[in-house]
Design a protein around this ligand. Structure first.
Ligand SMILES: Cc1cc2nc3c(=O)[nH]c(=O)nc-3n(C[C@H](O)[C@H](O)[C@H](O)COP(=O)(O)OP(=O)(O)OC[C@H]3O[C@@H](n4cnc5c(N)ncnc54)[C@H](O)[C@@H]3O)c2cc1C
Length: 438
């Protein structure tokens, strides 16, 4: 395994069930507890683990949910606990039956890391950077470390994240790098931690502002996290100057279309400086279309597809790809030959396709977004809007749409004839429904 992020840790668990020895190589110094680290700078920003990802990780690590709660995580019923502003209005309360658990990314990673480190047959080495692949055109046989040492492996799994150097690594074996799609949406995050006290958000446990493009483009999230803290992230699409000082942060929050987050941070005690992240583009690498994939090497997680983080899909897709890796290995009698590798990339592409389309579809509602538009995007965005309008007035539509949004259910459930008819009927009512008072 190259990399001990969420993808690397989930995949290490999967491989541990199938191979006697799994070695995880991580460039960073790994901390003992839930501390942000250099190799994962996004860890300082809010990380929502979708319900699909929570379920996937709980299947890999039994007791995961309970552990997060014990460590100070907060369960959030998606329809009842989060004050959501979407499509230009505040959303009505309607329980969906889907609950997330809110913690910081370092906390989530610390739990996974402790679980993986304790597994017999898994060794985690930190401060070890991989510099290349060993092998030849058709077969990767191991990795070369930056010390020059070569480590042999039956299978190398590249979970080195968005900055993966696999193009160069594959190139040095004489292979063409995979094609790539990039959609530029100029997303930024500015994040600050605050002390959390009961009643800070009135009846709510979290707040979310998702702008309705093209009129609005500013987003916000306030999530309860361990240590009785709020993590508050402000951002948006095509932001030239993200707020980087406490004053600019307050000012930005005041311009949000819903006042709840600004009210929260005007009262709460700050516990950190403002941290800024820029995410210029979503990027997808088309390994499934590569002319040749060597046996013995797969890439997984952000190394394959790095989504606009505002939709919160990256960790869930990484966990689902890790599961797909195990399933594919089983179908191929655990022999990681070229056929297995190709099968895996096809499975990973199926996993990434829906979240990619919905994220990129959302991005193209903001003028200034550039890149290849998925086919049928206008119709898709229109129907997604109808589902959202209908969700406002029809709890069963909301429940089903939430299952799809949280990557629990496939998008095909939204297209069943009975459901689509109901959506179109209810959307007409939802569009005209009075907004929930603030
Ligand atoms: C601002 C921001 C907010 C986000 N919010 C969310 C969210 O709300 N929900 C969500 O699901 N996702 C979110 N994401 C995406 C999420 O962080 C990633 O999808 C997820 O971390 C994927 O993990 P990964 O393991 O593939 O990569 P990473 O987490 O980036 O891990 C890669 C690891 O590989 C190591 N590494 C790199 N190169 C080498 C090398 N040569 N040798 C050894 N080790 C190496 C790195 O040090 C690192 O530990 C967000 C991303 C950003 C930028």
């Amino acid at each position: 395994m190259i990399g001990a992020g969420v993808a690397g840790l989930a995949a290490a668990r999967v491989l541990n069930r199938r191979y006697a020895n799994v070695t995880v190589l991580e460039r960073d110094t790994l901390p003992y507890g839930p501390v942000p680290r250099r190799g994962v700078p996004q860890g300082e920003h809010p990380h929502i683990l979708l319900v699909g990802g929570l379920r996937e990780l709980s299947a890999l690590f039994p007791g995961f949910e309970t552990e997060l709660l014990t460590l100070g995580g907060t369960a959030l019923e998606t329809g009842a606990d989060i004050c959501a502003y979407r499509l230009g209005r505040r959303w009505p309360v309607a329980p969906t039956g889907f609950a997330m658990i809110s913690v910081t990314r370092p906390q989530l990673e610390a739990v996974l890391r402790a679980r993986v480190t304790a597994l017999p047959g898994v060794t985690v080495h930190d401060q070890v950077a991989v510099a290349g692949l060993a092998g030849r055109v058709g077969q990767v046989t191991g990795v070369v470390l930056d010390s020059g040492e070569t480590l042999d492996a039956a299978l190398v799994v590249d979970c080195s994240g968005r900055g993966s150097r696999s193009d160069r690594w594959l190139g040095s074996l004489g292979l063409e790098p995979p094609g790539q799609i990039e959609v530029k949406a100029g997303v930024t995050y500015s994040t600050r931690l605050y002390r959390r006290r009961p009643g800070d958000l009135g009846p709510w446990r979290a707040a979310l502002v998702l702008p309705a493009g093209p009129r609005e483009s500013m987003s916000a999230v306030a999530l309860p996290v361990e240590g009785d803290r709020w993590i508050v992230g402000l951002g948006g699409w095509h932001v030239a100057e993200p707020p980087a000082t406490p004053t600019a942060f307050q000012e930005y929050a005041r311009q949000l279309p819903d006042p709840l987050v600004a009210a929260l941070i005007s009262r709460a005690e700050p516990l950190s400086d403002v941290t800024v992240a820029r995410f210029p583009s979503s990027r997808r690498r088309l390994f499934e279309k590569a002319a040749q994939s060597p046996a013995g090497y797969v890439a997984l997680g952000d190394a394959v597809c790095s989504f606009n983080p505002i939709y919160g899909q990256g960790m869930t897709c990484a966990a689902r790809q890790a599961k797909a890796l195990g399933d594919t290995l089983d179908r191929h009698q655990r022999v990681p030959d070229a056929a297995m590798v190709r099968d895996f990339y096809e499975a990973a592409a199926r996993i990434n396709e829906t979240p990619w389309r919905s994220a990129v579809g959302g991005d193209f509602t903001f003028p200034g977004t550039t890149g290849p538009r998925p086919r049928g995007i206008a119709l898709r965005n229109w129907y997604a809007r109808q589902v959202t309008y209908a969700s406002q007035v029809d709890a069963s539509v909301y429940r089903i749409a939430t299952g799809v949004q949280h990557l629990v259910d496939p998008p095909s459930v939204l297209l069943r004839p009975g459901f689509a008819a109901r959506v179109l009927r209810q959307a007409r009512i939802g569009r005209r429904a009075p907004a929930v008072p603030r």
